[in-house]
Design a protein around this ligand. Structure first.
Ligand code: 13P
Ligand code: SF4
Length: 301
């Protein structure tokens, strides 16, 4: 039997929904029931009537789905699909940081472990980080983690002075530096540049980048733009969907080397195996989930 047919049959048998992040390989995006950014997929995970969620993404995303739907079975097709950014801070490190800033409000990017979320007041994604920080009373100190580039961007957008940043980064996005932008600008002088806020080049955003957008923000922009050429500064997997949505604009990755090896762990075969053998199931401590849920519900609200 064809692999796609086998997956479709197993999906019905297991009463499953397949979610895929925008950075997944094209074949998985085409197969999935829903494709999108972290925020969109968290909502789909929460609202799906299906009993099983197969998360073609990375571990923190599957954990987020589990926290929001503890009664559902959440499967991650490859346990090695981690995230360098989520690994940049542990719950112990966060507790120490909080003790140094009593009364501060903790805002964590969704790329964090369940244990770190349990120590967090507000979770955010790249698409709502600025809005969430704007709503925190001006006299409150803010601890923002773990991504320093996203944090720096949020600090500039909100003009907030009392915001401390954890110095974590994503090893894929951090390599896209201002000098990468200068080199690509010289090669593509007419192109518009859109960038994910995790990129190292966003530190000079006002001079260098035309728009800073979450992955779904990029998809929306790409489907509407009439620009002849656009440079895309994020993980290259996003180009699959972007090019399907707009075949008249030329979309070029800012760096063809921006490939997340964790996202690329997932394959059609592993999704099939995951459904067939019900692996690898995400299991989390109930107390950690209860505390983490609060910060996630504020993000989704
Ligand atoms: P989005 O929240 O924009 O989907 O990004 C998630 C991510 O891991 C980016 O590297
Ligand atoms: Fe994590 Fe970076 Fe990969 Fe996104 S691209 S999942 S932040 S390592």
């Amino acid at each position: 039997m064809d692999l796609r047919e086998e997956i479709a049959r197993l999906k019905e048998e297991r009463d499953a929904v397949i979610l895929a992040h925008n950075y997944q390989i094209g074949d998985l995006q085409d197969l999935a029931d829903f494709v999108g950014d972290s925020l969109y997929l968290s909502r789909q995970a929460r609202d799906s009537p299906r009993k099983t969620i197969v998360f073609a993404g990375v571990r923190f995303m599957a954990e987020t789905a589990k926290i929001l739907s503890p009664q559902k079975t959440v499967l991650l097709p490859d346990l090695e699909a981690g995230c360098s950014l989520a690994d940049a801070i542990t719950a112990d490190q966060l507790r120490t940081w909080k003790a140094e800033h009593p009364g501060a409000v903790v805002v964590s990017y969704v790329n964090t472990s369940a244990e770190v979320k349990a120590e967090t007041d507000y979770c955010c994604t790249s698409s709502n980080a600025v809005d969430i920080v704007r709503r925190i009373p001006a006299d409150k100190e803010v601890l923002f983690l773990p991504d320093m580039f996203l944090g720096d961007y949020v600090r500039r957008m909100t003009g907030r002075k009392n915001m401390h940043l954890w110095t974590g980064d994503c090893f894929v996005h951090t390599r896209m530096r201002p000098e990468t932008v200068r080199r690509m600008r010289a090669l593509h002088p007419q192109a518009e540049l859109i960038a994910h806020p995790e990129c190292g080049c966003t530190t000079e955003v006002l001079d260098n980048v035309d728009r800073v957008l979450s992955t779904d923000g990029m998809i929306r922009f790409a489907s509407e733009t009439r620009e002849p050429e656009v440079l895309v500064a994020t993980e290259v997997g996003i180009l699959h969907r972007i090019r399907k949505l707009n075949s008249t604009t030329a979309f070029t990755p800012l760096s063809a080397e921006a490939v997340c090896p964790f996202m690329k762990k997932n394959t059609l075969e592993k999704v099939r195996d995951s459904l067939r053998d019900m692996k690898f199931e995400i299991r989390l401590d109930a107390g950690v989930m209860d505390r983490a849920r609060l910060s996630l519900q504020r993000m989704i609200a």
